[in-house]
Design a binder for this molecule. Structure first.
Ligand code: NAD
Length: 494
């Protein structure tokens, strides 16, 4: 199949967007590679602390007028942004494939999920309404209003470079705050395109900002006294640090961390439907998804188990690997060579730990003539037990660990050995079992006959244990509470 036209020609030099202007950074630049072709497609700066300070100052300056802008007028910018996102849908999606490696269909899905958050945030005028009770004492009324805080920042991971900032930014600006987005330094290009559209949509200077960089820029944002809140999504060790730091500096924080998700397959599951769903769950986004299936936990007798493993391995070995801009490709490369190296390390460890490698993806067949640097094929381990590192740690690649349990009870106990609590899914045709599962399992996102338990924008993206640090979530109705503070007014008229 032909390769779709690449929207990025040559090598882009990425700029920061501060106070409504695109400004070249004085920091050092590094190369962004297309992981499928290994060609340099952009250079991204590590911005300086002064540049971070400028972004915060511009957001702080924009805040008083923006918060006074009526909510409906603020939403008109979001409506325009939504239209522009639709008009640029395909280009945005192809950019994600070029910077991340995911297939074009996965990128289109990501673009769609991102847009949905913009759509939901346009409901802010109703969502943000306060509460009122008259006659709390005779002749005295009391009401609660919600007010924006000021400057928020968003620190984003590499695996959903376009969507994750849209989990927060639309709600932040709709409620009257200003936002500074720090994209992942590994794939920041779609955030630049998104910001160009935000500029075109008419957000006033300083309301929507982008500052590039890594850890140092994130730290500068977290340390800045004028940043009132931080929305972080990334790995658990960093999420813990962010949560701690924001506690010390008294900032609002959402810190979403890593995951190791179990998928339970009950003996009454319809395997013809379950196995295709599991392919997307385990191998979609090349396994680099916090909601990916990681451990497949099979309940049932030997016959059912064998049938499952055979079907799973056959389906996984049929997955077509290549450049995501080829529409026939079903799995793209890992986002980086380093990511691939990390996964190779886990495969070695799994073999040493005694797990049985039943499908080895280390030397994949690649459709088309591309360097193999970032490519990995679907990999399957059998005989995995809860004490093995490959069962406990987030591999973040296309590796499935198949495990066995005697009963639902044992399956739930095995899930609870994990320190993560992001997602868990069950495939069954029993409503009773499904209810028992969703009732007892300590995970924030539950899938029932769904392999990727991704909440829609109007529901909060949840998470428990070491997958989520914070109290409030950043989407839907909860976003209103996170991005505003409540003020209570008691009023008496003489
Ligand atoms: P990461 O933790 O390496 O980086 C995330 C962001 O933090 C980046 O912008 C990075 O520049 C910044 N950063 C790095 N060190 C920092 C520090 N010391 N202080 C502050 N910021 C720092 O994560 P990643 O590799 O980009 O993303 C993959 C991880 O994200 C996986 O663990 C995945 O499960 C997780 N993730 C979780 C969710 C969720 O909703 N829970 C969603 C997507 C990804």
């Amino acid at each position: 199949m032909a390769i779709l036209e690449e929207p990025i020609k040559g090598v882009l030099e990425l700029k920061n967007y501060i106070d409504g202007k695109w400004i070249a950074s004085k920091g050092e630049f590094h190369d962004i590679l297309n992981p499928a072709t290994c060609k340099v497609i952009a250079k991204v700066p590590s911005s300086t602390r002064e540049e971070v300070n400028e972004a915060v100052a511009s957001a702080k300056k924009a805040f008083p007028e923006w918060r006074r802008t009526p909510p409906l007028a603020r939403c008109r910018c979001l409506f325009r942004l939504k239209e522009l996102l639709e008009e640029n849908f395909e280009e945005l999606s192809r950019i994600q494939t070029m910077e991340h490696g995911k297939t074009i269909d996965e990128s289109r899905g990501e673009t769609r999920r991102g847009i949905e958050n913009v759509e939901v945030a346009t409901g802010i005028p109703s969502l943000m309404m306060g509460e009122n009770l008259e006659d709390i004492a005779t002749g005295i009324d009391e009401y609660l209003i919600r007010q924006p805080l000021g400057v928020f920042s968003c620190i984003a991971p590499f695996n959903f470079p376009f969507m994750v900032p849209l989990w927060f930014a639309p709600y932040a600006v709709a409620t009257g705050n200003c936002i500074i987005i720090k994209p992942s330094p590994r794939d920041p290009i779609s955030q630049v395109k998104l910001c160009e559209l935000a500029e075109e949509a008419g957000f006033p200077p300083g309301v929507w900002n982008v500052v590039h960089g890594g850890k140092e820029v994130a730290e500068a944002l977290m340390e800045h006294p004028d940043v009132k809140g931080v929305c972080f999504v990334g790995s658990t060790p960093v999420a813990k640090k962010v949560y701690k730091k924001c506690g010390e500096t008294g900032k609002r924080v959402i810190a979403q961390g890593g995951a190791k998700n179990f998928i339970v397959i009950m003996p009454d599951a319809n395997l013809e439907k379950t196995i295709p769903a599991l392919m997307t769950s385990f191998y979609g986004n090349t396994g680099q998804r916090c909601l990916s299936g990681a451990n497949a936990l099979v309940v049932g007798d030997d016959k059912f188990y064998k049938k499952f493993v055979q079907g799973f391995v056959e389906a996984a070995s049929r997955i077509r690997i290549g450049y995501g801009l080829d529409e026939s490709v079903q799995m793209g490369p890992m986002q980086s060579k380093e990511g691939k190296k990390r996964v190779l390390g886990f495969i070695e460890r799994g073999i040493k730990e005694g797990a049985k490698l039943v499908l080895d993806g280390r030397k994949p067949d690649i459709t088309g003539n591309y360097p193999s640097d970032c490519f990995l094929g679907p990999t399957v381990f059998e005989d995995v037990t809860c004490d093995m590192e490959i069962a406990k740690e987030e591999i973040f690649g296309p590796v499935a660990c198949i495990m066995r349990a005697k009963s639902l009870d044992e399956a739930i106990s095995m899930i609870h050995t994990s320190r993560y609590g992001n997602a868990a899914c069950i495939f069954t045709s029993s409503g009773k079992i499904a209810r028992e599962f969703q009732y007892r399992v300590e995970c924030g996102n539950i899938g029932i006959n769904i392999g990727i338990a991704a909440p829609m924008a109007f529901f909060p993206f949840s998470g428990m244990k070491e997958s989520f640090f914070g109290i409030l979530h950043g989407q839907g109705k909860e976003a209103i509470r996170f991005f505003t503070e409540s003020k209570v007014v008691i009023q008496r008229w003489w």
